[in-house]
Design a protein around this ligand. Structure first.
Ligand SMILES: [Zn+2]
Length: 407
């Protein structure tokens, strides 16, 4: 959880920041290359910032605080990857997630609307107080988004969601495109691109293809596309904040499908062209679906992270379950058959005749699996205890827990 504010650097400051971003990116990539080399050849040496600064003039001129922090960031990213919560760190490219960190932050409040934070070699950076400042800040991150706007954010602990225990439990299925289905039979529709936005992005993308690489016009088109996307992403993030708060407020336990398990493919597969090896035929995927999917698929990871952060701070259990076959299993009788999935939207059990919305049926299966992973109440488990993910309770225990948690 972090508090983010729009920052307004002067032109000179923006130049210094661009330089900091470049330094942080360079250090990150050098150190990452060394880590990769070391994995192949254990005699390869790790990256040493002190040596590099001694040998490379332009690096020594940059801020050592910013550069050191880039190394710490990478170390943390490697630890996260090792722990399995994040993917392996990737190369940083210019224009993708530009940013740098400042430690030992000094914030100075000017008035109700404006505050300043001190950045090495750049002096005080003004930012707009669009929300209250966190009570404490250890570190600040200054970032530039794809549209060239600067922000400053402070890491802050997630405050708990105000709630009373409800005894209610829920399973959530990630349905087609923009929808989440709950085991209570609700369909939560996420925001999509508006038709006008979609047409505009499509037009810009066609324009981009025709423009010369490296040209000013191409650069401008790229910026326009990024800005249009950023708007939709903000709307989506807003939606995620609201839905995750509602879920944490309403339920003592939320079961969701685990991200690490590969999603069943919902994108039409590329069709190889039989006449030309290596070439592909158009697969009929509509760009409309594609654009919306891009924005929402990237949102699922965020949705999970926000849900888990808020739940952990509020005494709510989130269980991740393996979603395999949840869309083909009858939530009523447990029969598994691909034929029961009548269509993308409809489930109709070939064994018992149970009919339901396919995603809601899947959400019920996800809930059942989640409950099976929770220790039986009465054996010391309370809401707020983290369930062991890998030790499913025995059958009788899970039946028991289902009744009690649901009661
Ligand atoms: Zn059935």
């Amino acid at each position: 959880m972090s508090h983010r504010y729009r920052a307004y650097p002067t032109e000179v400051q923006a130049q210094v920041f661009a330089r900091h971003c470049g330094d942080a990116r360079w250090v990150w990539n050098q150190a990452l290359a060394a880590v990769k080399a070391h994995a192949e050849d254990p005699t390869a040496r790790f990256f040493c910032l002190t040596t590099a600064r001694r040998e490379i003039g332009w690096l020594a001129e940059g801020s050592s605080t910013v550069q050191q922090q880039a190394l710490r960031d990478l170390a943390q990213a490697l630890r996260n990857a090792k722990g399995g919560s994040h993917r392996f760190p990737r190369w940083r490219r210019r224009g993708e997630g530009d940013g740098f960190c400042v430690r030992d932050v000094a914030v100075h409040k000017l008035n109700r609307t404006w505050a300043e934070v001190t950045v090495p070699k750049a002096g005080r950076l003004r930012f707009r107080l669009s929300r209250p400042l966190p009570k404490s800040y250890g570190m600040a991150r200054v970032t530039r988004d794809t549209t060239g706007r600067w922000h400053v954010s402070f890491a802050a602990p997630q405050p708990p969601v105000e709630r009373v225990p409800t005894g209610a439990v829920v399973g959530i299925d990630r349905g087609v495109a923009a929808t989440l289905a709950t085991s209570d039979g609700e369909l939560l529709r996420g925001p999509k691109l508006r038709p006008r936005e979609r047409r505009r992005i499509e037009r810009l993308q066609r324009q981009l293809v025709r423009q010369k690489k490296g040209s000013v016009r191409r650069r401008r088109t790229k910026d326009q596309i990024a800005r249009a996307h950023a708007k939709a992403v903000r709307r989506r993030n807003d939606w995620i904040e609201k839905r995750t708060t509602e879920l944490v407020r309403s339920y003592d336990l939320v079961a969701v499908e685990d991200l690490k398990v590969p999603q069943m493919t919902r994108t039409p597969k590329p069709k190889p062209d039989p006449d030309r090896p290596g070439a592909f035929l158009p697969n009929g995927a509509r760009s409309k679906a594609g654009l919306n999917r891009a924005i929402l698929d990237q949102g699922w990871g965020r949705f999970l992270r926000r849900l888990e952060d808020k739940a952990a701070a509020s005494g709510v259990i989130v269980v991740r379950v393996d979603p395999a076959y949840t869309s083909q299993t009858c939530a009523h009788c447990g029969h598994v058959a691909r034929e029961s999935r009548e269509s993308q939207a409809a489930f109709s059990c070939v064994a018992c005749g149970h009919k339901a919305n396919a995603d809601i049926n899947a959400a019920r299966n996800i809930l059942a699996r989640g409950l099976a992973l929770v220790p039986t109440p009465g054996q010391g488990a309370r809401p707020g205890d983290r369930p062991a993910r890998t030790s499913p309770a025995d059958d009788a225990g899970s039946e028991n827990s289902r009744r009690q948690v649901a009661a």
